[in-house]
Design a protein around this ligand. Sequence first.
Ligand code: DON
Length: 572
Amino acid sequence: MPFRPAVLGLFLLFLSASATLQARQMQAQTLPRQAAIASANAYATDAGLEVLSRGGNAFDAAVAVSATLGLVEPESSGLGGGGLMLLHLADGDREVFIDARERAPLAATRDMYLDENGQVRPKSSVDGPLAAAIPGLPEGLAHLSGRYGKVPLSVSLEPAIRLAREGWVMNAKTAQVLPWRSEVLFRSPGARALFSRNGKPVEAGQVLKNPDYARTLERLAREGRDGFYAGRMARRLVDGVRRAGGIWTLEDLAQYRVIEREPLRFTHRGFRLVTAPPPSSGGVALAEMLNILSGYDYPTLRPAVRIHLVVEAMRRAYRDRAQFLGDPDFVDVPLARMMSPDFAAGLRASIHPHRATPSRLLPPVGPAQERPDTTHFSIVDTEGNLIAVTQTVNLTFGNAFVVPGTGFVLNNEMDDFSAAPGVPNAFGLIGDKANEIAPGKRPLSSMTPTFLSDGERTAAIGTPGGSRIITMVLLGLMDLMDGGSAQAAADRPRYHHQYLPDEIQIEPGALAGDVVAELESMGHAVKESDSTWGNMQVVLWNRRSGEVEAGSDGRWKSVGKGAVGAPAAIYR
Ligand code: DON
């Protein structure tokens, strides 16, 4: 049967678009002339640069950055938590995703946070040992180093071990958030020893040491994963958690394994995106939002109309997140449907060009809150390897509990599960069956480490920020696709919609008054936050020139650091 002209036209358009993409990607590339690292803390960036100078690649540097962040930024991430890592291997030109997400203890049950009336017991999934899932980051680091690194763990962990012994200066960010959690933290003798001085929270400018953390890392360097998940360390962790009312067992630690998963891949406006698959919701939501937006020539639209369409895409993606997403080893996630351009076309058809769709006309969530925890870093090395890692203990200082002698807080990632259908978690996110608690299951995450490439510019991007992570990454990607620099993408003002509450949230001063007025006239409620969001870290490699950039979020300028390292030749 002959093609009808419209179908033929579409087909030709498709062929020419993919030919352009391919042609761009086949251009000869110039390896990065320097390495670049962007992280939320200068000690961590420097630790990464040091390991590169000792012959490590981007993945060894990532181990150094990650372990150092766990020490100097303990409110955000660490050995008691987990992380999601996206790697681009220059060797074989392929991508790998390492899921080092925490998993629920084997004794966890669906209703473990409910009282006898079926109500969620306040704080039970947030404070103390019952809130902690089994950590994934220690095995994540051992796996990353062993499979993809060039130097042993003893080298890549060395800067963090040294810093833990010799001391570091407490930064303004940790000092600012410590008092929020000090009451709960100081109930735990292990945490009190780490974070108080004379009974008061430690302050910015004071020099801190953490020899227990040094010993924990040394054991990991010496024995690999078993140095954490078996033997003395495992017994210490399980005893400490159980004595304080938790439910961990030795079996939980022995069974924990990181999982390598296929990253999600899709294209948009001639760019190739590689991003986090479930148990992250980030990649699926990014694909859904960008697929919806691909039906509009949005870069040319005036700000209020463009923001309206982006917000309508966000609303729909977050609704689907609540309904469909959970650990893919436990529930069937309808990935093919959610990533399909046809599915997006159906959602697009429900968007009015100039009117907000009330969220109550779609299916239910609560208020989102930002907490300055979780952390992201991005690295590119001179071989052309890239890595984007988002790692976390969930809320500020995780569950605020330290097993004495270990040197790190445990996570409260159990709060990322849906404790009961439709009951919002700390980020106002709801869920249902797909993300209910089950033994050994991984809680749904929003962490979205992502690569973007058009064959000429390749970026690694990510940020903390709870439920807003996904929309922050979306806006950062849109800036990069418009040709923006790594720094500009990290600094851009942000807006967010997560289906419920039905409002556009904006950072202080993020949108001009006339844009807000126009959005309100379309039926949107616009709510300005009283603080900024996120802490984005971006690196960019221009494959044509070999130039690299590092952009570290200007919101925490005095603490984070984006650095471009000296040429590899000097190091070797
Ligand atoms: O995995 C997640 O989605 C959350 N545990 C991340 C928490 C977070 O980003 C807190 N930061 N502001």
